[in-house]
Design a binder for this molecule. Sequence first.
Ligand code: BCO
Length: 563
Amino acid sequence: TKPSGRCFHRDHQLWVPLTLDDFEAINRCERSLPKNFNFAGDVLDQWSRKEKTGERPASPALWWVNGKEDEVKWSFGELGSLSRKAANVLTKPCGLERGDRVAVILPRIPEWWLIIVACMRTGLVFMPGTTQLTAKDILYRLRASKAKCIVASEEVIPAVESIMSECPDLKTKLLVSPHNRSGWHSFQELLQTAPAEHSCVETGSREPMAIYFTSGTTGSPKMAQHSQSSLGIGYTLCGRYWLDLKSSDVIWNMSDTGWIKAAIGSVFSTWLQGACVFVHRMAQFDADTFLDTLTTYPVTTLCSAPTVYRMLVQKDLKRYKFKKLRHCLTGGEPLNPEVLEQWKVQTGLELYEGYGQTEVGIICANQKGQEIKPGSMGKGVLPYDVQIIDENGNILPPGKEGEIALRLTSTRPFCFFSEYVDNPEKTAATIRGNFYVTGDRGVMDNDGYFWFVGRADDVIISSGYRIGPFEVESALIEHPAVVESAVVSSPDPIRGEVVKAFVVLSAPFKSANLEKLTLELQDHVKKSTAPYKYPRKVEFVQELPKTITGKIKRNVLRDREWG
Ligand code: BCO
C-alpha cells in the first residue's frame, strides 16, 4: 500500500514513510502533522513490510485465546491480508462509503480487530460499544449517530432486532457468528469469498476515525469524535514511555472492546511500537483464569483496572509464577496505595498508574524509570501541559485543590477529540479560558505529581466505568415502584466506588418486602440499561433533599455516603 503519512527524504530525494521517531517528534510538537495519515497504511502495513525483511521479531501482531484450546495468532502480514478482505466486505456487499458510521458491538474476538482495521482502510467511522448495551442503549446510539451499519455478535441480536424499525438510517446488519440469520449478512461467509486486493484510502490526518459514547451528569451519553491522527499518532509516547513497549513485547490489556482503553492498549499504543496484542476472550472476569493465563502465556506487560488488582490481591499471589511478566499498569479509576503495596510485596512488580479520558487520552502517568509516589497518578505527560486551575481559569499553586486542566495554545492539540458530535454547547463547555477542563478535581504537589480527588460533577467512577447518574435515574423511574430517585457514588473496598440509588416509593409499594424490591429494581436497571450501571446499593427514603427550586441535591446524599 502506498504510504500516505510521508516525509520527503532529502538525501535520497524520495518520499519515505514516517517512522516511529517521526511520530514521536509530532507528539513532542517538534514537527508538524502530515496532511494525510492512515494507521492501517502508514503503521500496520509498514510493520508487515518489516516482518518480510526480518526487521521485526517473528512474534504475532495479535494473539487470541479463549481458555478452551482455541487460539488465533496473526502476523502483521496476516492481519493485513484479512483486514483487506474485511474492507471489501464492508464496501461491497454492505455498500458502505467513506465517512459512514458503523456501530461495532462485539466481545473480545479477533473479528473486532479485523473490523476496526477494515474501517481504517475504507475511511469508515467506527463506534465501539460493549455487549452489555441493552436495546434502549443501542437504539439511542444508532439514532444519534445515524449509523449506516451495525456489526454485532449473537448476544445482541434480540436487542438489535427489537429496535431496527426505529432506525431509518441503518442500511446493513453484519453478524459475526458461525450461524446465519435472516436479515443479517454473515461476516464469516462474506470474508471467505471477498477479494484479497484492497487499496487503503488516503485519509486526512484530521478526518474522523472513531466515535466513543461517553457519559456525563445530565442527558444521554455524548459522542466524542476522534480523528485519524488523534488515535493513530497520539499514542506514540504512551506506548513507548508508559507502557514501555518494544516490538518483542506481548501486552495483555483487559479492557472490553467498547472502551477507549481497548483502543489505547490493544490497538494504537501497542501496534505503533510493533508489539503483540494479547487477548483472552473471558466473557466474565475470573481471577483464577486470569492468573493461570499469566502463568501459561509469555505476557510481558499487563494493563487492567484497579478493581482487577484489588480482586487479585485477595488471592495468594506468591503461589503463581508468571511466565514473562515485567511491567504492570493500571488506570480508569484511582488506585489505592495499599493495593500497589500488596501487589509489589506479592509479585515483586511495581504498578504504574496512568490517568486519562476518552476525550483526550492519557493526561498523567507514572512512566517507567520515574519514581512512583503511591497514591499519585504520576506527572503530566507530553504533549500536554497539565495544571490545576480554579473556577475562573487561574492556575493554582502546588498543594491547592482545583480542577485538572490542560493548557491550550493557539491551535487545538491534534491528539484531542475533535468534538462532541452535534453538540457544540457541550464541546464549548470543556474550554475555560486557555484551558481544557477535565471535570476531575485534583492536587499537584511540589514535585509535579498529580493526586486525584474526585469528579467535579456527579459522574460516578465505579470499577473503571464512567457512569452518568441521570441514565440510572431514568432507568429506575420506569419502574412502577419508583416515584423519584437520586443516584450518587458510595465507597466500596473492591470497586472504589459503586452506584447507590436513593429511592422514594410509590404508594402501592410502600409496604412491599424491601429486600425483594431491591433485587427487582436492580434487575430492572440491568435490563433497561447496560448492567454495569446497576445500583449495587439501594436505600428507600421518604423524600429527597432538594433546593428551593425543586432540584435534587445529589451532593448532600453523596457527602453523607462519604462521611
Ligand atoms: O457483579 P454482578 O455479578 O452483580 O453484576 C455484573 C454482571 O454480572 C452483570 N451483567 C453483565 N452482563 C449481564 C449482567 N447482568 C444481566 N445481564 C447481562 N447480560 O452486570 C454487572 C457488570 O459489572 P462488571 O462489568 O463490573 O462485571 P465484573 O465481572 O464484576 O467485572 C469486573 C471488572 C473489573 C473486570 C469490570 O468492572 C471492568 O472491566 N472494569 C473496567 C472498565 C474499563 O475498562 N474502563 C475503562 C474505560 S476507558 C477510560 O477510563 C479512559 C482512560 C484513558
